[in-house]
Design a protein around this ligand. Structure first.
Ligand SMILES: [Zn+2]
Length: 133
């Protein structure tokens, strides 16, 4: 199980997007103060992908919205921030927790007696042999 429990690609892309949106805001200061604020919100929202992965769809939607807003306040994060935020936000929305996807369907067969037992069960329900993972 090398999968991460949070959308790591979306997290990284959105973090970098937020940084570029902040930079873009500074480039067109003082009106870019809007972009700086949007960029900080983007970074904060991206951080919630790690701290609260269950809110990935809401966070992803917000990141997409911030990316579009950055066109006004920060030259689209010098375009890079806009593109990375758009991709990161969509990845965050589409992300599925690893446990809910395929793992529940897997059944294991006991190596001793061949009885099929559900995954998550540590010992064979027939003979008590430890189930290989
Ligand atoms: Zn068995």
């Amino acid at each position: 199980m090398g999968e991460t429990g949070y959308p790591s690609d979306a997290y990284l892309l959105s973090m970098v997007a937020g940084v570029f949106i902040v930079i873009g805001g500074f480039v067109i200061f003082p009106i870019g103060i809007i972009g700086v604020v949007i960029g900080i919100f983007t970074i904060y929202t991206a951080s919630t992908l790690k701290t609260n992965p269950k809110g990935h769809d809401t966070a992803g939607t917000l990141i997409v919205i911030f990316s579009f807003l950055s066109i006004i306040g920060s030259l689209g994060g010098l375009l890079i921030g806009f593109l990375l935020g758009l991709i990161g936000g969509i990845l965050a929305i589409q992300w599925k927790p690893p446990a809910a996807s395929s793992r529940q369907q897997v059944m294991n067969a006991c190596s001793n007696c061949g009885t099929v037992v559900p995954s998550g069960v540590d010992f064979c329900t027939n003979c008590g042999t430890p189930v290989q993972k």
